[in-house]
Design a protein around this ligand. Sequence first.
Ligand SMILES: [Fe+2]
Length: 245
Amino acid sequence: MVSNIQKVAQTAYRLFSRICGNSDVLLSSQNVGLLTSMMNNIKDKDVNFDMSKISLESETPVSYIDIYEDPVMTMAIFIIRDGCKIPLHDHPGMYGFCKVIHGSARMKSFSDPQNFNGNPPENIASKIRPYLRHSIKPVVLEEESIISSEDNCCVVTPNHGSYHELIAVNGPVAFLDILAPSYDHSTGARICQYYEEIKGQTEQIKHLGKPLIWFTPISQPSDFWCDPEEYEGPSVVDALNEIVK
Ligand SMILES: [Fe+2]
């Protein structure tokens, strides 16, 4: 029998293998909706995840459970310890489906602004060293909310919500993540870049009704790293072998 998580993986793989390697092709809204509705039903038991088995005593801010990874897509579970965070980062040209399966997190997400060519105001630009000013970038704030296992999955598309940070609140949080196409650090096609909001912004400047914020790229923060944990759920590798036979 095919389990829920295996069905999700098979559906995701069928959809994303069609568009992998062609960044001009987007998923239809029906297919985004299909995968979203399947992810909405995923619970911790579907991936055999039990927070009580995770050691929360260590210094590690985030644990990572690898479920599946190839160039088409990556499936993983992230566990963020109470008060820790996955810092602000991006998903360039990627889709992301993020379903909380235990606890809750505060998520803040941003998008590239459509049809915006403006320069940063002088009070923002002046905070950045002149030789770094070319790298600062505008984004629009999409939402800031608390997401829990009762909520639907959060969806990232190449045009919506490509930048986000997640902070565990009221205890540890775990979420299942599907990313497609996968990050590609070997060719540099899709690199995970970290950012921070340039200080002193008031969210008063709007673009198409949404607060316009300026980011500066940063190195991976030293207080963020991931340690691995073992996946104990149904095999996604086996399920995907079935559909490519
Ligand atoms: Fe992310």
